[in-house]
Design a protein around this ligand. Structure first.
Ligand code: CU
Length: 484
């Protein structure tokens, strides 16, 4: 991590700003979220003072409603699940009792495992979460109506109601799901879980496949797959383990692997090309991001994976001698020069139909907040480049795009030299500039926001809207749809 002399000051300043904003929001009545208007149409952003960025290239597409964009019928194998959201008193393994908001009485909710190509059908029922719930399938490329964003792709599901999601799991990988109604509050209260899409044919071979959620329930209880004090998993010497790490917390976690060399084989669920062996490096996983690690169990029998900042986020595999921990100042993993290149024709200097620059403030985008940020307008078939700049100071921002995978083109204007990196998020620390590219091939209305959900709550969120796409749903205090 780069240390800036003014970093501590900036972090404190940002914290104070957030605390003030949240306090003001709370004082304004707890049913009213920060800066949320009475009613807003996220498709045309009517009711806000901004204007759309970019001139419309050519005539607008034929109007189509997000609500009608569903998965086409197919012969894909169907995997069905039912998830019931409820207010639940849970008892942690350390004896502490917590009022959590759960799916099926659990937090994280049940791990959903499907195969690449499956048709996933999930019936969500809200038993008694008064302010409504949804499920957003974080990182999954799916039709607009299934994205689970309250007020954009559906209405929040109120107590006693149900909503059934249906989508094809096109891309294998490590994903997660969480409520996108009042997401900053609801994910932290427990409304989230893992979604693992197993590959038809894996690029890597392994004997064990584990997925692990790093969570801070109610911002207090440090839990690893719901367990306080860390998680212990079985693995025998000589076995190869794929460990899928999901950071469901808002802040970056620097994860160390003690006891074995390892590879980062996947980021945000997307496999890397020929990743090399690493040892003694901290791997920074931003809020909402997923990293899959692959390692072979040593003869000494034990591997420990743990967070530098919060060692209670810990996974041990196997039994044996406790491995030596990483030095706190060990180098950090750099994905910009890791693995081998593979030509996919997507380069920083290719021809883009539209290029946008998003300057990230401490908790805003281009100086605006939430619905005041003009949406990025795209048209189906176009290639889009987005340049993120995090130059004014503050916490790291894991910027997440719904409905698409993008390619990370460059960091600080230097093109990546290793494996292509496809992702649904890119994390920027103070001083960072990244360029990403995506093809506008999934018509809809898609959020683009910081996955530090505290930042999203105070306005670090915006839309990527396809020309001509409409929605019957509304965000605001009138509908009660407040996605954050
Ligand atoms: Cu942020």
């Amino acid at each position: 991590m780069i240390h800036h002399p003014n970093k501590a000051f900036n972090s404190i300043t940002v914290l104070i700003i957030i605390v003030l904003l949240v306090t003001v929001a709370a004082a304004c009545g707890s049913t009213i979220s920060m800066k949320q208007p009475e009613e807003i149409n996220m498709a045309d952003m009517s009711g806000h003072a901004g204007h759309v960025q970019g001139a419309g290239a050519g005539s607008p597409a034929v109007a189509a409603s997000c609500a009608e964009m569903t998965e086409a019928p197919s012969n894909a194998p169907v995997k069905r699940f039912e998830l019931t959201a409820a207010v639940t008193e849970i008892e942690l393994n350390n004896g502490k009792k917590v009022e959590a908001w759960t799916y099926n009485g659990l937090t994280p909710g049940p791990e959903l495992r499907v195969q690449e190509g499956d048709r996933v059908v999930v019936k969500l029922t809200n038993r008694d979460v008064l302010r409504g719930v949804t499920i957003h399938w974080h990182g999954v490329v799916l039709p607009c109506s299934q994205d689970g964003v309250a007020g954009v792709t559906q209405d929040a599901v109120w107590p006693g109601e149900s909503f059934t999601y249906e989508f094809i799991a096109k891309h294998s990988g490590t994903y997660w799901y969480h409520s996108h109604q009042r997401s900053s509050q609801q994910a932290q209260k427990g409304l989230m879980g893992r979604l693992i899409v197993e590959p038809k044919a894996s690029a890597f071979s392994y004997d064990r496949d584990y997925a692990v959620t790093l969570q801070k329930l109610e911002d207090r209880h440090v839990l690893t797959n719901g367990r306080a004090g860390g998680l212990a998993l079985d693995a025998e010497p000589g076995e190869t383990v794929r460990l899928r790490l999901i950071n469901a917390y808002n802040r970056v976690q620097w994860m160390g692997v003690a006891g074995a060399p390892f590879r980062v084989v996947s980021m945000d669920g997307q496999d890397l090309n020929r990743p090399g062996l690493l040892e003694g490096q901290w791997v920074g996983i931003g809020g909402g991001q997923r990293y899959d690690l692959l390692f072979t169990m040593p003869a000494s029998g034990k591997v420990r994976i743990y967070s530098k900042q919060e060692e209670k986020w810990s996974v041990t595999l196997g039994e044996g001698v406790e491995p030596e921990k990483l030095a706190k100042d060990a180098p950090v993993f750099d994905f910009t020069a890791y693995g081998k290149p593979k030509d996919d024709g997507i380069t920083p200097d290719m021809n883009f139909d539209r290029t946008y620059t998003l300057k990230l403030g401490p908790v805003n985008i281009n100086g605006n907040s939430g619905h005041q940020v003009p949406p990025l307008i795209v048209k189906e078939g176009e290639w889009i480049k987005v340049r993120f700049e995090h130059l004014v100071g503050g916490d790291e921002h894991p910027m997440h795009l719904h409905g698409h995978l993008f390619k990370i083109l460059s960091k600080n204007d230097k093109p990546l030299t290793g494996s292509p990196i496809y992702a649904d998020s890119v994390m920027l620390f103070e001083g960072d500039v990244y360029e990403i590219a995506f093809k506008a091939d999934n018509p809809g209305l898609w959020m683009e926001h910081c996955h530090n959900l505290g930042h999203a709550f105070v306005g670090m969120t915006m839309m990527v809207n396809y020309e001509g796409v409409t929605t019957p749903y509304r965000v605001g205090t009138k509908s009660g749809n407040l996605p954050d």
